[in-house]
Ligand binder design. Structure first.
Ligand SMILES: Cc1cc2nc3c(=O)[nH]c(=O)nc-3n(C[C@H](O)[C@H](O)[C@H](O)COP(=O)(O)OP(=O)(O)OC[C@H]3O[C@@H](n4cnc5c(N)ncnc54)[C@H](O)[C@@H]3O)c2cc1C
Length: 463
């Protein structure tokens, strides 16, 4: 191993596994490696794990962000020879077996990429600049602020056209995220806005769910899709199908089918792509949605010692000709399986191929309304909603989080309320940040795959 411990990781005679990303996959992998005669280093740009399936509840004031985040250091507490570093991985140098981070470089024997995914705007810069994503906790808080600020502003304006636009929501994408968010906004419109804003005609608020395909929840059964649409319409959501959104300039949404919406809030839930890492982003290594091609052992094609899991990995098989779905189960299962395989590899035993067990899918539209597809059984309505709640509580990390979420849900259910409707950090669109991001992604990536990482600046405050 190279003589590098810029991150202050003790040298060890054990093989070092560096995991990039403490998401569902990274954590499952870390847990599978506990006490297995290997040094494990987990790197993440955040010091917490995010339970993304409940982000929409943060955006709509149903939950506080703390209840769906969990400190990564706590997940690994007490694990022998385990290290966490708060670091963003900038690039990988496979030939030198180094990862370059914003706090320095680190050598690895095995590297696992579990960096998840980000919103995919399909190259439409105008939509990216003006609409809201919902992939992280800060983005969810931004959306929460924007929704509430728009109502405050609607109260002040005399211009009826502007008032309507401030109360008009367009959610692009009829997958689970779009459906769940639309349902939650519709419930707020019905149960909370009239009480919070008695001097505003909140009946005029509109929730539009715009979908390019011919059905919502396309990955689920026809029954689930039909029922979800029925639930949404019952709640007053306007569902637009076969309408691909092509433009949004901050005021007007346009679709390919010539629909036009004047809206101050547009949420883009129409697609995701894997977070790509320089050094592993060669064209022939990436499949659709930027996912890294891996074999059935999660090993990155033609890269010895490098693996990818979860949303970041594209594993093709007869059963999954387009790779596994970008949802939590494949990430959890691949993380655990790869951990077991790395232990086998360390003992000189052959690795076992990964086989995905599809445990079904589900989505909720609102109170007492959910749809569940299991392999042999599909159901919708109140029971599905209880199943949805139980499954989400089960997969949340941390006893406290489970309790807090449970208590919040009971409270919200009994009181028809969502008390976290707070503008803690007013939302400001940061166009400068967007331009900086654009410039850096437009720069040619010519960093060699071998050699050292080069200098880095200390991102923390020095004494
Ligand atoms: C709004 C929303 C709702 C969803 N609902 C569901 C649902 O109901 N059911 C379901 O199964 N799935 C759902 N998903 C999808 C599910 O959350 C993902 O498939 C899952 O999180 C993927 O796990 P992962 O381990 O691959 O990555 P993630 O859980 O995304 O974790 C990636 C980690 O990598 C870190 N990271 C990224 N880049 C770097 C870097 N360069 N350096 C260091 N660290 C980095 C991130 O901080 C993050 O902690 C939802 C997703 C979203 C956004």
């Amino acid at each position: 191993m190279a003589d590098t411990d810029a991150l202050n990781i003790p040298k060890s005679s054990l093989p070092r596994i560096v995991i990039v990303g403490g998401g569902f996959g990274g954590i499952a992998l870390g847990q599978a490696l506990k006490g297995k005669e290997m040094q494990v280093v987990l790197l993440d740009k955040n010091n917490y794990h995010t339970f993304q399936p409940l982000l929409y509840q943060v955006s709509t004031g149903g939950l506080e962000p703390d209840s769906i985040a969990y400190p990564l250091r706590k997940v690994l507490q007490g694990y022998p020879d385990f290290y966490f570093r708060l670091a963003e991985v900038l690039r990988v140098k496979p030939a030198s077996k180094l990862v370059c981070t914003d706090i320095g470089e680190l050598a690895y024997d095995y590297l696992v990429i579990g960096t998840g995914s980000e919103t995919n705007f399909f190259g439409n810069d105008e939509i990216e600049q003006n609409s809201m994503g919902m992939k992280t906790i800060p983005q969810s808080l931004d959306l929460r602020s924007l929704i509430l600020e728009n109502f405050e502003q609607a109260l002040l304006t005399d211009n009826l056209h502007e008032r309507d636009a401030l109360m008009n929501f367009v959610i692009v994408g009829g997958g689970p995220t779009g459906v769940e968010l639309a349902g939650a906004l519709a419930e707020i419109k019905k149960g909370i806005l009239p009480k919070d804003y008695p001097d505003l005609d909140t009946r005029k608020a509109q929730i539009n769910l715009v979908q390019s395909g011919e059905q919502v929840l396309q990955g689920m059964s026809r029954e689930a899709s039909k029922k979800a649409e029925e639930f949404l319409e019952g709640l007053g959501v306007q569902v637009w199908k076969g309408a691909r959104v092509t433009a949004y300039d901050g005021k007007t949404v346009r679709t390919k089918t010539d629909l036009v919406f004047e809206a101050a809030t547009v949420v883009w839930a129409a697609g995701v792509k894997a977070v790509s890492i320089e050094g592993l982003d060669a064209k022939d290594l990436l499949a659709s949605s930027n996912r890294i091609k891996v074999n059935e052992f999660n090993q990155v094609m033609d890269h010895d010692g490098i693996y990818a899991i979860g949303d970041a990995a594209y594993m093709q098989s007869d059963k999954a000709p387009h790779g596994h779905p970008m949802v939590a189960q494949p990430a959890l299962q691949q993380g655990k399986h790869l951990g077991e395989n790395l232990v086998r590899l360390n003992k000189g035993q052959p690795m076992k191929p990964f086989r995905y067990k599809d445990k079904g899918s589900m989505a909720t539209v609102g109170r007492n309304k959910a749809v569940v597809d299991l392999e042999h059984y599909k159901f919708q309505g109140v029971f599905a909603w209880f199943v949805w709640m139980f499954v989400h509580l089960f997969f949340l990390i941390g006893f406290r989080n489970r309790m807090v979420v449970f208590v919040n849900w009971v409270y919200n259910y009994v009181r028809f309320d969502r008390e976290a409707r707070l503008i803690i950090r007013p939302y400001k669109r940061d166009y400068k940040r967007f331009r900086r991001k654009k410039v850096s992604s437009d720069e040619t990536r010519s960093s060699p795959v071998s050699g050292r990482c080069g200098p880095h600046e200390n991102k923390f405050r020095s004494l």
